[in-house]
Design a protein around this ligand. Structure first.
Ligand code: ARG
Length: 578
């Protein structure tokens, strides 16, 4: 364990137990970064109230005494109303930094007990627009998948495509009308929205088409072979478009991860029958519903979680009940992350409660809705093009790359490399914008801001790591050979080393709390600490003492490794040069 905050937490807990009894050994000492020292512990305030023993300052002094008796690796001072100001010794920081330097995992400890984690993300709907909201669940979900895998958990990606249901009757009939070839071309090109609208228009205005579409729904539900053949043509073309988006973004989803709504079709009747037989679902106004406690409508009436409509049809809720049962019983998950729009919060919460009532979501399995906030346009409304039409995602990604090429315009790379860099910077900018704010907050989609080379942006971090690479190129040193040892002279070296110790803890925290933005913030702080270090501490200059040079190169190498690994965990491309 190298993370100072974790080490200090443990140390202070031991001191609390020694001073006030073992019942305090897992109290949170509230270790926070401090303006006046490296860290402060705020626990004395609340503790003195609870203990009813002395002033907060006296309690703080008692903790400080215990810490010092136990060979504390630094100094502790009581300040203000009862803060403990903690300054770590340079020796301790140096020793820890050298340990992290030698650790191929840079301080990221694998999970003690690896878990099976299903991550439900991306999940666009066929023949509806794949919009920036889906882009965000794709990007956040993919980062979480990468982080969990890095920690040694088994990740099962579940792309819950909207690939089933009554609209497919008219979608298939429209395919017959315009011909397979035309349909495939249109869908592969990402014109699913236009396709849907054309089908919908006929459905609303043409009684004969409407009749055919309804009849088609029946043969689809029955999985009749010719209908399934047409459905496959439709879906394969649609998935090819989704894959273009995934490839351009560099997300890890493949066709093997597709587990769409259609997969559960055969289970829906059984889900309803079982829940009805067991009395967990009841018929209300002709529909079959679960009534999980605690949900009420505007008039105080209990809200139904409807699993079969009064016309006998199944819906989104039915499928999700079948899905959760499958994930628990067949995939044997320990944890399910639903990376889905915040607007679906109530559906998710009712789903989890209903599944718990059914016994399909046992206590030892954690189901979590990782709520994704909306992406807004500069007008504060849902993000659209200037004309108000929805945006084709591939066009949006292309635009990001074109604008990225402008940003790196001054560099003298040849055409191929320039295009590669523009791709990395463009995708990095878009992805980092989704990841750097907490997943449940809204944010305004703004190319200029996300492509800026300063501030908490993807390009800034990409540039920071590329600049460290160029130091190694200039010095003709292989970063892998920069083995130090790290020594601390200048305050900027100390600050950077201290920052680098925290990488492992932040990665674990991201996995536990599904919070990629914490890793983003950490990487940004690290890059900033590096900048200060680099401005103050020459590395390659000829008058630098060889031992100091070796130490500074090691700090560069460790920073590079942390930035590179961190960006890879976020799914942000790491260009060699920029
Ligand atoms: N297709 C849905 C949508 O676009 C998201 C599905 C999320 N996953 C789930 N198991 N409900 O809103």
């Amino acid at each position: 364990m190298t993370d100072p905050q974790l080490v200090l937490t443990e140390r202070v807990q031991q001191a609390l137990a020694a001073a006030f009894g073992t019942e305090h050994s897992d109290a949170d000492p509230l270790i926070r970064p401090s303006q006046f020292a490296d860290y402060q512990a705020n626990v004395a305030m609340s503790l003195s109230r609870r203990l009813d023993r002395g002033t907060p300052r006296e309690v703080a002094q008692e903790i400080a005494n215990r810490l010092t008796e136990a060979g504390f690796p630094g100094t502790v001072e009581v300040s203000g109303p009862g803060f403990l100001n903690i300054t770590l010794s340079d020796d301790w920081i140096t020793a820890q930094a050298n340990e992290v330097l030698q650790d191929p995992r840079s301080g990221v400890a694998p999970s003690a007990v690896p878990q099976i984690v299903a991550i439900d993300y991306s999940a666009p709907n066929a023949a509806k627009e794949m919009h920036v909201g889906h882009l965000r669940t794709t990007i956040v979900g993919d980062a979480l998948a990468r982080v969990h895998e890095h920690l040694g958990n088994k990740v099962i990606r579940q792309n819950h495509l909207g690939d089933w249901g009554t609209p497919f009757g008219m979608l298939i009939e429209h395919l017959l009308d315009i011909g397979e070839k035309n349909a495939v071309a249109q869908l592969e090109a990402g014109e699913g929205n236009a396709y849907y609208q054309a089908a919908r228009a006929k459905f609303d205005s043409d009684p004969e088409f409407n009749r055919r579409a309804r009849a088609r729904v029946v043969t689809l539900q029955a999985e009749e072979p010719e209908t399934m053949r047409l459905w496959h043509i439709f879906m394969d073309a649609t998935v090819r478009y989704f894959n273009k988006v995934y490839t351009q973004l560099g997300v890890t989803l493949t066709d093997d991860d597709i587990a769409g709504e259609s997969m559960y079709n055969h289970a829906l009747a059984q889900v309803c029958d079982e829940l009805q037989e067991r009395g967990i679902a009841v018929v209300s106004d002709g529909a079959l519903c679960v009534f999980p406690p605690g949900y009420t409508g505007r008039e105080g009436q209990p809200l139904p979680f409807m699993i079969r409509k009064s016309d006998g049809g199944y819906g989104y809720a039915t499928t999700d009940m079948a899905t959760i049962r499958y994930r628990v019983q067949d995939l044997k998950v320990d944890r399910i992350l639903y990376v889905i729009g915040a607007t679906q919060a109530q559906h998710m919460s009712m789903l989890f409660d209903s599944a718990r009532m059914a016994g399909w979501l046992p206590d030892h399995v954690s189901a979590e809705h990782v709520q994704i906030g909306s992406v807004l346009g500069s007008d504060g409304k849902m993000f659209k093009t200037r004309s108000g039409a929805s945006i084709k995602l591939l066009d949006l990604l292309d635009e990001a790359e074109t604008r990225a090429a402008e940003v790196i315009r001054d560099s003298d790379y040849e055409e191929t490399e320039r295009r590669e860099i523009a791709h990395a910077v463009g995708m990095g900018a878009v992805k980092y914008a989704d990841l750097s704010v907490s997943h449940d907050s809204e944010y305004v989609f703004d190319f200029d801001r996300m492509l800026a080379l300063t501030g908490n942006t993807g390009p800034y971090l990409q540039y920071a790591q590329a600049r460290i690479r160029s130091i190694f190129r200039k010095g003709d040193v292989d970063p892998a050979q920069a083995t130090g040892p790290i020594v601390i002279g200048h305050p900027a070296e100390r600050a950077l080393a201290l920052k680098l110790l925290g990488f492992g803890a932040v990665v674990t925290e991201v996995a536990e709390g599904s919070a990629p933005h914490k890793l983003a913030a950490y990487l940004f702080d690290t890059a900033s600490a590096f900048t200060t270090f680099f401005e103050n501490c020459p590395v390659l200059r000829s008058d630098v003492d060889p031992a100091v040079r070796a130490s500074r190169l090691a700090l560069c190498a460790l920073t590079l490794r942390v930035l590179e690994t961190g960006l890879e965990l976020l799914g942000v491309p790491v260009p060699e040069r920029m």
